[in-house]
Design a protein around this ligand. Structure first.
Ligand SMILES: [Zn+2]
Length: 81
């Protein structure tokens, strides 16, 4: 039996895996449960190296811009409100 191993010289490229994190905060309530709210900040991170840092959601790049730069979101983690 002969096995053939294919060897390529193609360059490795980083794929886009855009994630969106919405910052949330919490505190215990006097009723014994936990209150949660969004801070209004978001952080966009992509496997390609892009990171927005914590920015106001109003300052977030448009969906059209994000799609042009990173393609469709690979996975999104959305927490908060
Ligand atoms: Zn990307």
């Amino acid at each position: 039996m002969t096995m053939t191993i294919s060897v390529t010289t193609e360059q490795w490229t980083k794929r886009h895996e855009l994630h969106l994190f919405r910052q949330a905060e919490q505190r215990p309530s006097s009723a014994g449960w936990t209150e949660c709210q969004g801070t209004g900040l978001v952080h966009l991170v992509c496997n390609c190296g892009y990171s927005s840092g914590w920015i106001a959601s109003d300052d977030m790049p448009s969906v059209e811009q994000l799609m042009a730069d990173h393609g469709k979101a690979f996975r999104s983690i959305v927490a908060g409100f």
